[in-house]
Design a protein around this ligand. Structure first.
Ligand SMILES: NC(=O)N[C@@H](O)C(=O)O
Ligand code: NI
Length: 168
């Protein structure tokens, strides 16, 4: 029987056990530049480990996925964190799993608010970047360097990921 998961709205609170939300908002904020700007400080931290590790900033143009989504695989990056910050202020899908003895547990699906980005801590299970409806550009902050920084896990049976009614 297909296991169905419906995405929930992403909040700092409901994502906290998986990673960080990157948005205009947060407790640690203060004016800079003589008050001409408000900085929302240290929402997340980039983590880069292993040989020749460095933090990279890239961009990506993501192609949208069909929904309901067949989630067959999740991945993780053992040597570094990975952040996706939308350059187009539209929602996208975020899928994460707790680790259970080296394997991903049940997926948790979230729908971002327009403009929200996320940071996956090092070695945390997640679905690949999943735009909705149309191509979407993102900035990526993640780890470069030597060594293998990708571990993929394929589920025996894919999950079906649905968007909340309002987002369909
Ligand atoms: N490889 C890459 O830039 N992206 C993936 O790791 C992903 O999580 O989408
Ligand atoms: Ni990734």
């Amino acid at each position: 029987m297909t296991r169905i998961i419906t995405a929930q709205p992403l909040t700092r609170e409901n994502f906290a056990e998986f990673g960080q939300v990157i948005e205009i908002g947060g407790d640690d904020h203060f004016p800079i530049n003589g008050g001409k700007a408000e900085r929302f400080h240290a929402l997340a931290a980039a983590d880069a480990a292993g040989p020749d590790a460095r933090v990279l900033i890239s961009t990506v143009r993501g192609t949208p996925y069909e929904f309901p989504l067949k989630l067959a695989m999740v991945e993780r990056h053992p040597l570094g964190s990975q952040a996706f910050i939308p350059l187009d202020r539209r929602p996208f899908l975020v899928v994460v799993c707790h680790d259970e003895d080296g394997r991903p547990g049940m997926p948790h699906a979230f729908l971002t608010a327009p403009g929200q980005g996320i940071n996956y801590p090092r070695n945390s299970w997640h679905g690949v970047l999943t735009p909705i409806g149309e191509a979407q550009d993102f900035a990526i902050v993640d780890r470069g360097g030597d060594g293998n920084n990708l571990e993929e896990f394929f589920f025996e049976e894919p999950y079906e990921i649905r968007l909340p009614e309002a987002a369909r």
